[in-house]
Design a protein. Sequence first.
Length: 169
Amino acid sequence: MIRAATVNDVATIRAMIRELAAYERAVEQVRATEEQLREALFGEHPAAFVLIAEDDETGEAVGFALWFPLFSTWTGTRGMHLEDLYVCPSARGGGHGKALLASLAAICERRGYERFEWWVLAWNEPTIDFYKSLDVEFLDEWRICRLSGEPLRDLAARVPAVLHRTSAS
């Protein structure tokens, strides 16, 4: 079963985020607290949304998909960015990942989103093979760009003085 997450799922979502980070060899990068997730997902202005995959027999949460809307200047329409898709190892192969992706695709269709996009690590062959089985288009000509930490602060410090006097912040 796939359902929308509730505030009662925050601890489970955080635990699965840590499991995903461990699988992706980056658990030390996970800093999000339950409080931050509660505010980001269920606060006054949610930054993202989550679907939960449950085991049909036990009702236990066995996976999640965290997504947020994006916008394309080329199509003039919204789309969806899937930030995280995770299924617990013990539940893999049971159709939960496919059900989560199908549920997200259905949200796109209902809302008129023309694009559904996400990233996958280049070394993650099992997941890449799974996506290939769904006829996912891989955009090899695009590169992901990221600024964080000191480089982000350094660039922010270069803001023109006139911008400091506007309401753009």
